[in-house]
Ligand binder design. Sequence first.
Ligand code: EPU
Length: 337
Amino acid sequence: MTIHNNYSLKPHNTFGIDVQSKYFVKVNSVFELKQVLSNEIYKNVPKLILGGGSNILFTKNYEGLIIAINNKGIEVINEDEHYRYIKFAASEVWHNAVLFCVNNGFGGIENLSLIPGSCGAAPIQNIGAYGVEIKDVLTEVEVLSLNTMQIEILKNTDCKFGYRDSVFKNALKGKVVILSITLKLSKNHTPNVSYGTIEQELEKLKISTPNIKDVSNAVITIRESKLPNPKEIGNAGSFFKNPVITNQQYNLLKAKHSEIPGYSMGENTKVPAGWLIEQAGWKGKTFNNYGVHKKQALVLVNYGGAEGKAIYKLSNDIITDVNAKYGIKLNREVNCL
Ligand code: EPU
């Protein structure tokens, strides 16, 4: 285990921002993790656990210790008549976990195909796409508590999942390290194709009774057509959350902008931030080497060599402008440091 000094984070964040961490270490086991955490030299140094770096924007050098977990393993730990319970080590790549399930006929996460990042990071923001969230299939999260240095198990309800939200972003922020997640995958799965674009994609392919693999392929096709591949263009997926406003506020907006989309959530309505940003005129805007993606206005991009603080400033300008035009204050989904 080597602790590096002034280490470039460029390969460790999907935005591809070239900043440095004062200290950086890759740990291969809980033993090594505990060793680093109890090391006197780093005791009072700020620490950050990094997964795939797919939901982070570095705006400056990190003046602390970044710990990258490097534990691998996919294991079927239990099964009953209807489900298989599969444990994924935190540093397994999320899409590989999806492919493992799809190829073995285990259903439930096929709609979450091609989401960048690691398995350990997935519950933090309750990753979701095309009508499915990880909270729908997650049974347990195994963590190392930084208070007790003991391994603890959190059940689904302990995770307090919400839309792109969980206990790991709130009460447990900085207090635990996620070691593994366990998911409950269905043996006789009925795929969820209720999200409009999936239905359309399957229709195009003339598939009327899709299996798990068909849905995964459809999601991959949709994502590839709309979302930039972080290996080619730096980005962290949706930069903002879709705002939830009251029905009253929505109806007032609808009276002015009849075409505004909205998804009813009882007393509230969720409005696609991508629509607001596009209508405000930001979609496809480019400033030197960064900008707003041409095909999905929710995604900010680094075309190469951009500074995190410039992208952060762009996000501020978008928030101010959307607020001025629609009276809605967008919240960032990406963690900005
Ligand atoms: N829209 C526009 N212009 C745009 C983008 C979207 O007008 O540039 C409007 C359209 O009306 C479209 C609607 O927004 O019908 C919904 O668009 P889309 O299906 O692309 O979904 P989204 O709400 O923009 C959310 C997630 C994505 C996820 C998709 C599919 C959030 C913040 N984003 O985007 O998640 O892939 O749904 O489920 O909830 C991510 O979190 O990184 C991410 C990509």
